[in-house]
Design a protein around this ligand. Structure first.
Ligand SMILES: Nc1ncnc2c1ncn2[C@@H]1O[C@H](COP(=O)(O)OP(=O)(O)O)[C@@H](O)[C@H]1O
Ligand SMILES: [Mg+2]
Length: 248
């Protein structure tokens, strides 16, 4: 299977503080990987660095995507190449409706103009799948949305953009059981519709039940300390991270 993402010795810092220390992580095309680790391990930081968030500075190592070195590329160029990051805390944007935001994002990423009618059809189908009331399309992005609705809006983006690599940062946190099911359904739909790869950051097994996890990575204190099959998720949930954390 060909490699989609290859991270070599990635070291990154923010505000002069080194947060990632030589991270190694490879994801094949069409694979589903899980990233776990204690709070503050650097999981969200890794997601942001893969996406090209300028808050973080890569001081060593490289990120290859589809065989190209993207370490120095801007976030919008990475999005055009097919990298998507859902945020742990989605932002609210007054003045832009969810529908406008998604159509704009899709046009940015594909570089193509989409007929309004075709876009609306695509949007409606995705919203129905996620059991979102279609009136949300005309509301300002995330403004007044509940935690669950914000997360659904993120999965909606995933279905509209169909990226090659989707990084989902705790998309399931703060969701009730039904909403987790709906979000899982959206992720499954993305997996069945595309040959996209997933990097799922989560503490929750529920979201993974429907997904076939190929590999699990454990991040602690800014480095990958263990890797394993999908089974490792259950072991970690049962026994905690303690045994993977090396103390000086
Ligand atoms: N922009 C930033 N500036 C300074 N420190 C940061 C920044 N982003 C994250 N950190 C720090 O990096 C560490 C890892 O954070 P984070 O990646 O959010 O962890 P996780 O997602 O695994 O819980 C934390 O100590 C956090 O305070
Ligand atoms: Mg985080």
């Amino acid at each position: 299977m060909s490699e989609l993402l290859k991270i070599n010795g990635l070291t990154a810092s923010a505000e002069e503080k080194e947060l990632l220390h030589g991270v190694e992580l490879t994801i094949g095309e069409g694979e589903t990987h899980v990233l776990m680790g204690p709070n503050g391990a650097g999981k969200s930081t890794l997601g942001s660095v893969i996406m090209g968030n300028p808050e973080y500075k890569v001081t060593d190592g490289s990120i290859l995507f589809d065989g190209n070195d993207i370490t120095a590329l801007s976030a919008d160029k990475r999005a055009k190449l097919g990298i998507f990051l859902s945020f742990q805390n989605p932002i609210e944007i007054p003045g832009i409706t969810l529908s406008e935001f998604l159509r704009n994002a899709l046009e940015q990423v594909t570089g193509k103009h989409l007929k309004l009618w075709d876009f609306k059809k695509k949007l409606k189908a995705a919203m129905e799948l996620l059991e979102m009331d279609t009136s949300y399309a005309d509301r300002d992005l995330n403004v007044g949305f509940s935690g669950g609705e914000k997360k659904k809006a993120e999965i909606l983006q995933l279905l509209i953009l169909e990226p090659k690599l989707a990084i989902l940062d705790e998309t399931d946190s703060g969701l009730d059981v039904d909403a987790v099911k709906t979000v899982s359904k959206g992720i499954e739909e993305y997996r069945s519709r595309t040959n996209g790869s997933l990097l799922v950051i989560t503490h929750n097994t529920k979201i993974l039940e429907a997904l076939n996890v190929d590999k699990t990575h454990i991040l602690a204190a800014g480095t990958v300390v263990a890797e394993g099959s999908g089974e490792l998720v259950n072991e970690v949930i049962e026994n905690g991270f303690e045994k993977y954390i090396v103390r000086e």
